[in-house]
Design a binder for this molecule. Structure first.
Ligand code: IPE
Ligand code: IPE
Ligand code: MG
Length: 228
């Protein structure tokens, strides 16, 4: 049975779900947030230590302003309403990605959420916000160069947003789309990848459990030869 420490999820399909149900993409984002809460709670029950959720990519700025504004205001409202509850459940929140393009109210809300929950140890939930893996890797190279460090694997990893976080064991992408969309390209070298047909708002804990059970049985070889 494989140990499971870290699950990463590309929560895709909100827009299509909202269009189908109410002809409104943003409705899908609202429902997607509900799925996210259920998956966080279930991850705690499953004793998963790290959950990394792709919420907004560096490429998502190409979307209409109305959708971008909706997504950030959804996050702001969620943090305002739920941060105490998350803290009481001993959840540690961390935001990974560049803060450069984020507005000041988002920056202060996410920094406050991180500060408040910093010492919690039930689960660490990483929200990838304005996250792009290529930028992350490039920035790491730049920091290494600036600090006159040697170009080693450990220096590279210590300058990623995921510093000190183990690589994901499982990557899930919902929404019937089979690509990585610039998510954790370095970190998923040996991650087990599960593509799910369902759109994110329809994804549920039974689907999650099925993936976890399948993962546990996989023969993870990491390049070696493991007799089963
Ligand atoms: C994923 O759902 C959530 C975000 C990118 C914020 P999408 O909004 O990409 O939904 P689809 O893929 O268009 O259905
Ligand atoms: C990836 O989904 C980003 C998030 C889930 C936040 P996209 O919907 O942006 O990816 P593409 O455009 O289909 O590759
Ligand atoms: Mg999408």
């Amino acid at each position: 049975m494989n140990p499971l420490n870290h699950v990463a999820i590309i929560m895709d399909g909100n827009g299509r779900w909202g269009l189908k149900k109410r002809n409104n993409r943003n409705y899908g984002h609202t429902q997607g947030l509900k799925t996210l809460e259920k998956i966080v709670n279930h991850s705690i029950e499953k004793k998963i230590q790290y959950l990394t959720l792709f919420a907004f990519s560096t490429e998502n700025w190409k979307r209409p302003n109305s959708e971008i504004n909706f997504l950030f205001s959804l996050l702001n409202k969620f943090l305002k309403k739920k941060i105490k509850y998350l803290h009481n459940k001993h959840i540690k929140l961390k935001f990974i990605g560049s803060r450069k393009k984020l507005n000041s109210s988002i920056i202060s809300n996410i920094s406050n959420a991180e500060k408040l929950t910093k010492k919690n140890n039930q689960i660490q939930v990483n929200i990838a916000l304005n996250y792009g893996s290529r930028d992350e890797i490039l920035e790491s190279f730049k920091k290494i160069k600036k600090n006159g460090l040697n170009l080693t694997k450990s220096n590279l990893e210590n300058n990623l947003y995921t510093k000190k976080i183990p690589d994901p064991d499982i990557l899930i992408r919902t929404g019937n789309t089979h690509r990585l969309s610039n998510f954790m390209l370095w970190q998923i070298a040996y991650t087990e990848i599960f593509f799910v047909e369902k759109l994110w708002p329809d994804f549920n804990i039974r689907d999650f459990d099925k993936i976890i059970n399948n993962f546990k049985k996989i023969n993870r070889r990491f390049g070696a030869i493991n007799e089963e």
